[in-house]
Design a protein around this ligand. Structure first.
Ligand SMILES: Nc1ncnc2c1ncn2[C@@H]1O[C@H](COP(=O)(O)OP(=O)(O)OP(=O)(O)O)[C@@H](O)[C@H]1O
Ligand SMILES: [Mg+2]
Length: 349
């Protein structure tokens, strides 16, 4: 691309210079000829006309050559992306198994990003999530929360140890069947330009409106959607710019719920939602039968009602248990609790 741009920057002024110089020359020598009486003004004008036409065509040819070199480079880039091999693939032994319970076990899992040096991002992580349980992961920024949950749908493969779902190593599932059973709401909600309905039904075009509305109600998104004049047909700008942060998050949750996943992962998905609405969403999620939920959060109020809380620090589990147990036994949890909740604050369960 730089090569093409440099070529354009270099040739354009030269072409223009040649064009204008030849014009000057034609006028100069033409003028002399007219004075000498061997040429008429009309002939000069005609000559200049032909000259510009020819030079203009040459300019166009040069332009086309430049565009062609640009197109060639762009094509190479696109092909490079299309031909990039996916690192994580189905293994030959992988089977088309169905995840029915959604029980997750981490066994001594360590993980390091490829090409990253130094300490691994996750060290010796072991824990178990029973089917249908809600587990919360609490930890400061950069403690490895997103990395930990990314391992479950195999966005990355573990460096050491293994992860089991329903007692089977996740590498034995076909990627397709694994990811179909897992719904993940990313930390940064990604919405497309299009209507709310398009965004929600993305990948599930044949879904009934009832199911869509039901998912929106669970995610506390239905009320704000129907408050728009065009309701579900409201057109969103690129990346959902005409929605608030919390509205975007709730739409993303609804879109994931539509998939009816066995395992639901919410990566800081309610950080921009007020506490009351967050509690409502969590209560509604609990009503979904047989869905294992992993919630990542920074706020302690977001995790208090979970069946189990895992506190992560620098890629290690430093405390594990439910709210009452941790509050009694874990100094780290007590610290977080007291730093986030001022005395006298009323906490609604
Ligand atoms: N794609 C990546 N490649 C290399 N290193 C990464 C990558 N993503 C994250 N990291 C590193 O891994 C560590 C943990 O990051 P992670 O995103 O898991 O943190 P987190 O707990 O989710 O933080 P936050 O609360 O800010 O979302 C960080 O030190 C980060 O620099
Ligand atoms: Mg994160």
């Amino acid at each position: 691309m730089t090569k093409a741009s440099r070529l354009i920057a270099f040739t354009m002024p030269i072409m223009m210079l040649i064009m204008n110089l030849s014009m000057v020359a034609a006028l100069w020598f033409g003028g002399l000829q007219v004075n000498a009486g061997t040429m008429t003004e009309g002939q000069i004008i005609a000559f200049i006309n032909y000259l510009t036409q020819i030079l203009f065509s040459l300019l166009m040819i040069a332009f086309i050559l430049m565009m062609a070199s640009r197109a060639k480079i762009s094509t190479e880039r696109i092909i490079e992306v299309l031909e990039t091999e996916v690192d994580i693939k189905d293994e030959e032994s992988s089977k088309d198994l169905k995840i029915t319970k959604g029980e997750i076990v981490f066994e001594n899992v360590s993980f390091r990003y490829e090409r990253a040096k130094g300490e691994p991002v996750l060290k010796n992580i072991s824990f178990k999530v029973e089917s249908g349980q809600t587990v919360a992961i609490l930890g400061g920024t950069g403690s490895g929360k997103t990395s930990l949950v990314s391992l479950i749908p195999r966005l990355y493969d573990v460096t050491d140890g293994r992860i089991l779902i329903d007692n089977i190593d996740i590498r034995e599932y076909k990627l397709d069947s694994l990811r179909k059973a897992i719904g993940m709401v990313l930390q940064k909600s990604i919405l497309f330009s299009g209507t709310i309905r398009d965004n929600l039904k993305w990948g599930n075009e044949h879904l009934s409106d009832n199911k869509m509305i039901e998912a929106c109600k669970t995610a506390c998104a239905h009320d704000f959607i129907i408050s728009f004049p065009e309701q579900y047909d409201t057109v969103l700008g690129q990346g959902g710019v005409n929605l608030s942060g919390g509205q975007k998050q709730r739409l993303s949750i609804a879109r994931t719920l539509i998939k009816e996943p066995k395992i639901l992962i919410l990566d800081d998905s309610t950080s921009a939602v007020d506490m009351e609405t967050e509690a409502k969403i969590q209560n509604a999620l609990k009503q979904i039968k047989g869905c294992t939920i992993i919630i990542i959060a920074q706020r302690i109020t977001s995790v208090m009602n979970a069946d189990k809380i895992i506190v992560l620090e620098d890629g290690e589990i430093v405390a594990e248990g439910n709210h009452e147990e941790l509050l009694k036994n874990s100094p780290i949890y007590q610290d977080i609790y007291h730093s986030q909740i001022r005395e006298g604050d009323i906490i609604n369960d």
